[in-house]
Every structure is written in structure tokens, then in C-alpha cells.
Ligand binder design. Sequence first.
Ligand code: SF4
Length: 377
Amino acid sequence: MSAPLRVETNIHDDDLWSDEDDLLLLETCTENSEVNCLEQPETHPSDSSTAASVKSKNTADTNNTTSSDHELPPLQRYRPNYLWVSDLTNQKWCEQKMVYSFTVPVLVEENPTMTAGSTLHLARELAVHDVVRVQITSNEDIFAIKLMNLLTAIVGFLNGLTVAREVPIFGTPFDEDVLVIGVIDELRFDPESYIIDLLELKTRKMKSLPKESQLSQHRLQVMVYKKLFDDLVKGKLSKETVARHLKLSLEKQFGESISKHLEDKLITSKNLNNLFDFVFMKIQAMTCVSQVIIEYVHQDSHETMLHKEVFYDDDELRTQFVQLLKFWKGERKPVGVDIEESYKCQCCEFADICEWRAQKAEEHALRRTQQQNKAVS
Ligand code: SF4
């Protein structure tokens, strides 16, 4: 049976800035870089509990921007023409904050909460995978690893496994021609009914349930995952589209290490052209995601506090997605939080410099003055 490859990154998230996209992809690939991968063991324990982590690092170096950079839409100015699912969820929390995170240098330090979340995620992942190491020599090699990890999950299901973790996913939802990449925490497969469920694990430092704004952020995340997975099952994504967005060559031969790993798995693909075909064929034999669940786990006790089933609404997701993408395409300016969610500003590292917040405070003060003047007259 095919074993999973998993790129291991040093990137961490906390409960708020969630997600687990491997930012290695196409950003830090250097000649002969070595990456860690995970391989499925012969025996595989059932789903124990834990979590994964990622922290988006700032990608824009303000010192290196040129006047022509400022004319580019945010998708190219702040991102290399594609998005991570975490970009969308960060944007959902506060778009203005996300923009500051790209443009204002901040010291990103790993805190104990992030470390605990990472440890829980890693432990859960290692429960179903073993680590293997491969040498990467090109961006095509890196994407081949993503495809292999996805393939391993699918082939594992077809061979009787019921759980796959850290499953790469990608696509161009709703024909918006923007590539989105992410990693699904967990897929659960019922071999009898062929039903696939999607589970996202969120660790919480405090033993309290998430606020509505956090729930809606997480809901967006898992709905995007389901959309990406289902689109692959339905054959809606072409290899040419992925290659065009990521500037990959479909014909370029994989490096020696990747080729050897594929051979070990009895996969004859020598380039992305063949590997895409093989992976797409396998995933199109699966069914779309049925249930979508978010599990909230207390970090210290590992106790599950909430098992929330998410109702997937395609129209709602489309509306949100299109609105979020208007910013990335440069069709509208970034916005900060509404007054009802101003509590988010209290823990925002950009609060002191935030122009959106200052403007809202001015508007609020003006309204109060007008009301007072009205009351007096
Ligand atoms: S201060 Fe508030 S509005 Fe401004 S970036 Fe931070 S969270 Fe957003």
C-alpha cells in the first residue's frame, strides 16, 4: 500500500491565526533543500486527539517594495499570486490586521500557547504517519510531495484505512481563477458506506467555548476545505490550471529523491503531468465530503470541549469568497472590524497605528457630539 509523504514545516499557528499550510511551498525551495516527510506505518492507531499548527510569516518586505509593486493587486503584492486558506481566515478575522501583518514588521515569537497547539497537532499526525525525508530540487518536486500526500490519503482509504491526517488540498473555487492551497486536519472514511467526513481540530488555552466571530472564522476555513476537496472529486480542477498559477512545468522531470520515492511506491510518474493524472483519477473515485466537524480541545487536559458540526452552504461560501477576493484582486480597499467586534482591537498588535480604528473612534466621537448638541437644542 502506498505510504504518505508529508512536508514538515517549522511554522506554527495559534488558535486565532489558524491553519496549517506549509509555507515551504514555492517560497523557500532552494536547490537540494531537504524536507521531512511522514510515512504511514503498517499498524495505524485510531484517531487519538491532538492538533497541528502554523503561523503565517510576513511575506512583504516593505524596504524592498518599489513604486510598481504598489500598483499590483494585493494577490501579487502580498502573495505570490495564490492564497493559503489561512489568508482567507486571517482576512475574515480582520482584513486590516492582515494587511498590517504584510506591511508592518513585527517580531513573531513562538509562545507557549502556540507550542502546545503545535505539539498536540504533531502528536495526532504522528499517530497515523511515519517520517521519511526526501531531497527537493525544484518547485515541481515540492508540489509532487503535496500530490503524494493527497494520494496516500486516498489510496489508504481504498485499502481499508479510515483516518488520514494533514491532507494537502488545493483548487480554484467558484471559477474565480484564484488558486487556494490548504491542508485538511483530518479526513475520516467509512469503507462500507464510502462516506468521508472532514474534521478540523482547534486547541484552546482557556477552558471556554469560542466566540461567535471565531466560530465563523473556523466555519469559513472548513467550508473552503470541503469545497476544494469536492471540486477535486468532481473533476473540476485541471492540472494546467494549477501549473499556470504556480508557474510549474508539467513536463519537468522530478529530482532523484522524489523519483526514487515514487518508484518505491510503484508509481511510474516522472513528472507532474503523469502524477496529476494519476492522483486526479484516484480522487475522482471517492465521494464528496459528507459531515464537516470542528473539534475544540482544551490544551492542558486534552479534553474535547465542543464537537461542532458545520452546515455547509455553497451559496453562503460563494458570497463570502467573492467578497474576500475583491480585496485580493484590488477591487476594493481593506476594511477593519465593525464596532460590534471592536474587542478584537484590544489584543491587536497594530492597534496603536491602526488608521481604521482611529477613523472609527473619530466617527464615534462626532456622533456623540451631534447627539449631545441635539439634546441641548
Ligand atoms: S486595531 Fe482593530 S481594526 Fe485595526 S487592525 Fe487591529 S483588529 Fe483590525
